[in-house]
Design a protein around this ligand. Sequence first.
Ligand SMILES: [Zn+2]
Length: 275
Amino acid sequence: MAQAADTERTDRSEESERRARAHEVRRQVAVATRMLVDAGILGYSGHLSARAPGDERLYIQPVDDSRASLRPERVLLVSFDGEVVEGKGKPPSELPIHAELYRARPDVGAVAHFHHDPTTMFTMVEHGAIVPVKNHASRWADGVPVHPDASHIATAEQGRALAATLGGAAAALLRGHGEVVVAEDVLTLFADVVHFVENADALAHAMQLGRVVPLGREECDRFLATFRRDRHARKLWNHHASVALGSGSILPEWLDAEAAPADGGAPARSLRGSR
Ligand SMILES: [Zn+2]
């Protein structure tokens, strides 16, 4: 009897832990999405996802919800095969990007797919490889593969082909289409997306000044040797969250205590407009 009661208590605490974690991940997906809209990286399309621990499931926004007004409670829990497990609405048609990258890469906990034209332009010219020119782009020192399929990645087969192009890399370009960036969790993903676009922007400008001299492997390794990835991701998150709180893009209760700006951020106003 005592053993049965213990098992029940363990089940209950595991379930409440799962719910707390799900709540946190939904908030992170919504906050990151809105902050990437504010940064001009996400527009009317594109999406972030987070792997749900333990199962072949992921958290992702509904296809038609505006990225500028996504709320945490709207974020869906979806199986890798596209079945909605929790929430109302349909997942994005490019769900196979996320599902197949998680299947192929057990190390990946969060995926971003976006259509940022100034970055995608590197797939539109000869010799348009993205190389690291800024130190934070050291993560992509081994190169950024370009996926040749310019259509929407709407089937599992297309998703698997994209996963094959990505291989062990941390980002890929999709020809004439957009980008995918992968990371271990939503906070590091957010920082990676910001730095990926910053590097592409700096590279495009540098190409107009003269012959580009990219950072070499050794320079990247020296940077990475002292780089505290988790701490930096949190610093970037806190900065963008502080700005978003001040402008009314997000609500303070969507930030967990750890991720909230230490000083409480800019004076919080109510959520802007229909957000
Ligand atoms: Zn797309």
